[in-house]
Design a protein. Structure first.
Ligand SMILES: [Zn+2]
Length: 304
């Protein structure tokens, strides 16, 4: 996969230069990760190009390079950062530089971020940090100011095709959704992650069955939502697709387009955003959703 990423226009256009700390960010967490790994491969390669052939590249590909550390956890606390600080106080084993990757750095809690800050403020020549995130706002401004922030802009169809061919080798076939407006993470989730397609279907059903305020309690009680943030992003995506259909099943979207005109949708989008913020602030999900659906219906009727 990494040889493939290296050859994408998306990667080439980043024109990365030497730095002691990178942050790759975009909404596409799969792409962020692959780009982070590709950069790490370039740094550790004995030929400096991620040649794929030198001993370091071979070790890297099997993720057994002694100077590569990858951290991917649901949460990162001060104790985890202490381990990192200890690690980087030692010399790399094999290469000139050690590479430390933290995927989804937004899971580092605030105290831990403050602890990490010291290491970023006083970089040592032998460590390169690489972070990724799809929620850049969760990182402290002080941390952000120390990183070389690289925004990974959306990927072209030709790049997607290259990556799709690689994914096929891993038995992941995203070809059916390639021409639609899904990013790579969404495409992969659609074909491999039941939660995603399940949530998406539930949101479609909800919108199809929601006609008057009398329907609110029944549609809400029929929901089985595991991931609330995924629920809101599906809801947001569907309404965006009503405005410019390019992502989802055309027939389903056209049915919704008859119910919700563009004017109503434009008024509805900020309500979804607001509801998501309330749920993130731990306001009761059912309560927030009841209110949101009421507002959606209200906008729908007012914009007739
Ligand atoms: Zn190499």
């Amino acid at each position: 996969m990494l040889d493939c990423i290296k050859n994408t226009n998306c990667y080439k256009s980043l024109r990365l230069t030497d730095n002691h700390a990178y942050l790759f960010y975009s909404l596409d967490s799969f792409l962020n990760k692959e780009i982070a790994l590709t950069r790490a491969g370039e740094i550790l390669c004995e030929n400096g190009s991620f040649c794929g052939k030198c001993p370091a590249c071979l070790q890297f590909k099997s993720l057994s390079h002694p100077d590569l550390t990858i951290i991917e956890q649901d949460s990162i606390k001060v104790e985890d950062i202490s381990k990192i600080v200890n690690l980087i106080s030692t010399k790399p084993v094999q290469s000139k530089t050690r590479v430390l990757i933290i995927f989804n750095a937004d899971v580092i809690n605030e105290t831990a971020q403050n602890k990490l800050l010291k290491s970023l403020e006083e970089p040592n020549d032998s460590t390169v940090f690489i972070f990724t995130t799809n929620k850049i706002s969760k990182l402290l401004p002080t941390i952000l100011s120390r990183l070389n922030k690289v925004f990974v802009s959306s990927i072209s169809l030709s790049d997607k095709k290259l990556i799709s061919n690689e994914l096929k080798k891993e038995n992941i076939n995203i070809e059916p959704v390639l021409n639609q407006d899904f990013n790579l993470t969404e495409s992969i989730n659609l074909v491999t992650n039941n939660d995603y397609s399940n949530t998406l279907n539930q949101v479609f059903n909800l919108l199809e069955n929601l006609n008057t305020t009398a329907d609110i309690s029944s549609v809400v009680s029929s929901l089985e939502i595991k991931d609330k943030s995924l629920f809101f992003s599906c809801l947001m995506d569907i309404f965006l697709d009503i405005l410019t259909p390019k992502k989802f099943d055309k027939n389903k979207i056209l049915t919704l387009k008859l119910k919700y005109n563009d004017k109503a949708v434009i008024k509805i989008l900020p309500h979804i955003d607001e509801a998501y913020k309330y749920v993130n602030a731990n306001v009761n999900f059912t309560y927030v959703l009841d209110n949101l659906l009421f507002k959606i219906l209200q906008e729908k009727f007012l914009c007739k």
